[in-house]
Design a binder for this molecule. Sequence first.
Ligand code: HAM
Length: 419
Amino acid sequence: MINIPKGTKDVLPELSYKWRFIENAARETAEIFNINEVRTPVFEHTELFLRGVGETTDVVNKEMYTFEDKGGRSITLKPEGTAGVVRMFIENGLASTPMPLKTFYITPCFRYERPQAGRLREFHQFGVEVFGAKSAETDAEIIFAASTFLNKLGVSKTELQINSIGCRICRAEYNKALKDYFRLHLEKMCATCRARFDKNPLRMLDCKEEDCKKITANAPKILDYLCGDCKTHFEKVKRLLTAQGVKYVVNPRIVRGLDYYTKTVFEFISTDIGAQGAVCAGGRYDNLVEELGGAALPAIGFAAGIERLLLLMENTGASFPAAQKPLIYVAGMDDITRAKAFEIVAELRLNGINAEADLMERSVKAQLKYADKSGAHYVAVIGGNELAANTVNIKNMADGTQTAVNLNEIYSYLKKEKK
Ligand code: HAM
């Protein structure tokens, strides 16, 4: 037998309704916030992620699924959704459309990480990217959209942590302060941190090594280095969040694992799913469009991991709507009545009813057993007598009551019952 690759998961038929519930909540949220869906390829030219996500990030350094295609091009399976949408935005000249442009996607992503609870090699993101608006209102709206989505799922026990990591101007000052600090501790830090020291000291704050974490705990904080504009922006975002009733805590240690962020960054963290607690995360990335060859346009977005949300919902006993079940199973006794059952079911389906009849050439007893297992709400058995009388008893499986219904009126009966 060939097994599923490590770090990937099948969605089995009896569980797909949970996925659909989450995806529907994502689409409903997008609709309320007037965000349109976009779809970009699962793979892109590797260079997009090198330049977009950043060469000093773990995602690019260690986790990308990169291969050469038969034409000798370096291709990478998308490790995240933002870079592809930015590429699409630039390539299609979307900067000339009315701003802001609000987009969302539901996409598989691929990262070669060590699999554990909530951490997979193929996972799925619901992401939102908004282009062209630099106002603090945009940040607040995007965070509110993420929080609305989580609320729709009944995921209330997450903590929203926010931070500002400044713009090019304040980052230059801050990088200098970080270097001055880390220079004193460099020989005690890991090889990755030492390599990041010259290229991107901010990234050292993201190190997961215990020794490095102890050192970074006392490193200068970005919030003390924000320029006037970034400080005003962050204060306004906080005020607007409070006005919208969105609770948050400021965590000056959030730097995010991707290099494109500027100003506001945020993470919705859960303590109910183990070490991988971020269920939804994002931030502003005001330089990325320009850095990838587009106009100098601000942008902001977030992405939520669907598998992590599923895990969180399951671990906290969040309720899912009921799985899909047939409203009625219509059984037949012999060839003639089976044909009638098939005809009735076809008619019901044309009327939008989830109805089932036998496809397995089973006995009536076996059909009823299957109907019971399928969770059908009603069951009808058509025999010779029923056909002759043009009437069938429809059994309500929840309470066992039976109602005689004319064979031509099953649809109107079910419609009344459904109400
Ligand atoms: P990210 O924090 O790398 O950000 O990922 C966003 C979310 O994807 C995480 O909070 C988590 O729920 C989920 N996720 C990430 N890696 C894995 C994994 N290996 N297994 C399962 N779930 C995972 C981004 O990807 C940015 N593109 C978000 C963004 C959009 N920022 C601005 N716009």
